[in-house]
Design a protein around this ligand. Structure first.
Ligand SMILES: Nc1ncnc2c1ncn2[C@@H]1O[C@H](COP(=O)(O)OP(=O)(O)O)[C@@H](O)[C@H]1O
Ligand SMILES: Cc1ncc(COP(=O)(O)O)c(N)n1
Length: 282
């Protein structure tokens, strides 16, 4: 028997809450072997980002090619890609080489408010990456920027934007409502899935609001848990059951948020607790 293997293509966060560090910790918590291609080094802590050192696009491609020459990957996710050149390099390799279901977390801004992507890269994500993506997981500002519309303010807006984003090419879209959670009094994400016959189904995923400021890495953890869950479909070539995988991933994140205040890491917006679900915290 061999391991289910998940790949993250993302930036490094030395504080461990977000980026590849969060992804690998989440993969491990879901008993999935993790590989990581690094797209950028950030100088970052729980208070903010003080610098970004991008990896040249050709070397991102070389990391991917070298890995995939040797290792079979059953599902992948992308996180911070940073520049249009890196987006195109990643799309070039992933559209030629199978990696199983692809989850795209279109990381644009850190929880601290720091920009992690330039405008050209947003265009490249829209035009080149979304057509090869199986599940797109934007937060409220990211969905608005991809669609050139105002930010969602209610669950109906999340639903409309999830359906509208399907037209840009992904097989499914999960618009995360974390930024509305305090206003709505609960955390509601909306999943839109394109069916085999072309129809669209919409699913609401609701969880009680967790009253914590320790939310660094929530998006990374959710998309990593989704990629880990999708490895099972990736081993057989079956289509992932996204509604079920979203519920599992939300349980992983909910446990991570409920346990976050007990970590006590850093003095800003601290990390979610990536392994809490595996430790039986929910
Ligand atoms: N305070 C909270 N309580 C419960 N769930 C939350 C909370 N904040 C965020 N979430 C959930 O965390 C996930 C990531 O949310 P969001 O903050 O929207 O994305 P990002 O981290 O990419 O900005 C979503 O599933 C969202 O519903
Ligand atoms: C390297 C890297 N990637 C992604 C994020 C976004 O994380 P968050 O979930 O806090 O928005 C981050 N802060 N750093």
């Amino acid at each position: 028997m061999s391991a289910r293997v998940a790949l993250t293509v993302a930036g490094s966060d030395p504080s461990g809450g977000a980026g590849i560090q969060a992804d690998l910790a989440t993969f491990a918590g879901r008993t999935t072997y993790g590989c990581a291609v690094v797209t950028a080094l950030t100088a970052q802590n729980t208070r903010g980002v003080t610098g970004v050192h991008p990896v040249p696009a050709a070397f991102v491609a070389q990391q991917l090619e070298t890995l995939l020459d040797d290792v079979t990957v059953h599902a992948a996710k992308t996180g911070m890609l940073g520049s249009a050149d890196v987006v195109h390099a990643v799309v070039d390799v992933l559209s030629r080489r199978p990696v199983g279901p692809l989850v795209v977390d279109p990381v644009m801004v850190a929880t601290s408010g720091d920009q992690l992507i330039d405008d050209d890269a947003v265009d490249a994500v829209r035009t080149a990456l979304l057509p090869i993506c199986d599940l797109l997981t934007p937060n409220v500002p990211e969905a608005a920027r991809l669609l050139h519309v105002e930010q969602a303010r209610a669950v109906d807006d999340l639903r409309d934007q999830a359906v509208a984003l399907l037209d840009l090419g992904p097989g499914a879209v999960l618009v995360k409502g974390g930024h509305l959670a305090h206003a709505l009094g609960e955390s509601t994400d909306v999943l839109a899935v394109r069916g085999p016959g072309g129809g669209t189904s919409v699913h609401l995923s609701r969880r009680p609001l967790v009253a914590t400021s320790n939310t660094h890495g929530t998006g990374c953890t959710l998309s990593a848990a989704l990629a880990a869950g999708a490895t099972t479909a990736g081993t057989t070539g079956a289509a992932p059951d996204w509604p079920a995988l979203v519920e599992e991933a939300r349980d992983v994140l909910q446990a991570g948020l409920l346990h976050a205040d007990r970590l006590g890491v850093g003095s800003g917006n601290g990390p979610v607790s990536h392994g809490a679900y595996a430790w039986g915290e929910l």
